[in-house]
Design a protein. Structure first.
Length: 285
């Protein structure tokens, strides 16, 4: 069998089109990679074009066979586990061939990598529900995170429900996309370039209060770094107020000096009409 690598645009629909093309051309890809991650190879390469109609046909068939499998597929796609696309392809292939019976066998060699990825995603989402730190930027709440997985589609409902009367955004540094929410509407958009606005004096005072609270409740005699690393991994501390350096607690300008929130790549800030356009790849809930 010819070694063949599929390349696609990185979207969920694009991945489903890889599955469609595989069956339409009677091919089994050796690897499935996103365009942004593609590296030159000696294997033959097929560029898969995203077709919404083809993607819907594949997803509709999966849902007909098993809604649970469709849910696992969506969650698994958001994971950053290595070779996740290939694992998901094999998962779909087995589902179409043998039916949903293997979903009851948690140790199944095809199901297990998908379950592992979904659990990894779920664990990170649970952490970030408590680790996200917002700053008040002239009436707009802003936050930055550095997750390993594409967590914004899963976090969206939680934060939109919790702050339904606010205007806020959460920027994912790792995957360069942002969740914007205002007036009861939420959208996830790609942002290649982003820089958080500098805090004003009011925001700095709140940061100092939070930092003082965090330091005050700590009991020196009970300090346990290993336990702390377990419950609050170092990976997430770079965007948490209580672990920020001195520069985060200095006001560099007031709101009167200029716009509070810049609009990278021409995107509107929360609270203004959002521009039309597709959601970020894989942003479906």
């Amino acid at each position: 069998m010819t070694e063949l690598v599929y390349c696609y645009d990185g979207s969920f629909d694009g991945f489903l089109c890889c599955v469609f093309d595989s069956y339409a051309n009677h091919e089994v890809p050796t690897a499935i990679t996103r365009d942004e991650d593609f590296e030159p190879t000696l294997f033959a390469t097929r560029q898969v074009v995203t077709d919404t109609g083809h993607a819907r046909r594949v997803y509709r068939k999966i849902r007909q066979i098993s809604p649970d499998a469709a849910s696992l597929l969506r969650r698994g796609f958001l994971s950053c586990m290595p070779e996740m696309e290939l694992h998901l392809y094999r998962f779909i292939a087995k589902l179409l061939k043998d039916g949903p019976g293997f979903l009851e066998n948690l140790s199944d060699e095809t199901l297990y990598p998908v379950l592992k990825a979904v659990r990894f995603l779920g664990a990170e989402v649970e952490k970030l529900r408590g680790f996200v730190r917002f700053s008040d930027l002239g009436g707009v709440l802003g936050s930055e995170i550095e997750p390993r997985n594409r967590v914004l589609p899963v976090l969206r409902n939680h934060f939109c429900s919790r702050y339904q009367n606010e205007k806020f955004f959460i920027y994912d540094r790792t995957h360069r996309e942002a969740l914007f929410y205002a007036a009861g509407k939420a959208v996830i958009l790609p942002l290649d370039h982003f820089q958080m606005a500098e805090p004003d004096e009011t925001e700095v005072s709140y940061r100092l209060l939070w930092k003082r609270f965090y330091d005050t409740i700590a009991i020196k005699e009970r300090e346990n770094p290993r336990c702390q690393n377990t419950h609050m991994p170092k990976h997430y501390r770079g965007t948490m107020t209580e672990f920020m350096g001195p520069e985060a607690f200095r006001a560099r300008r007031s709101p009167a000096d200029g716009p509070v929130l810049s609009s990278p790549a021409g995107r509107s800030a929360p609270g203004t009409p959002l521009p039309p356009g597709p959601s970020a790849p894989g942003s479906a809930p």
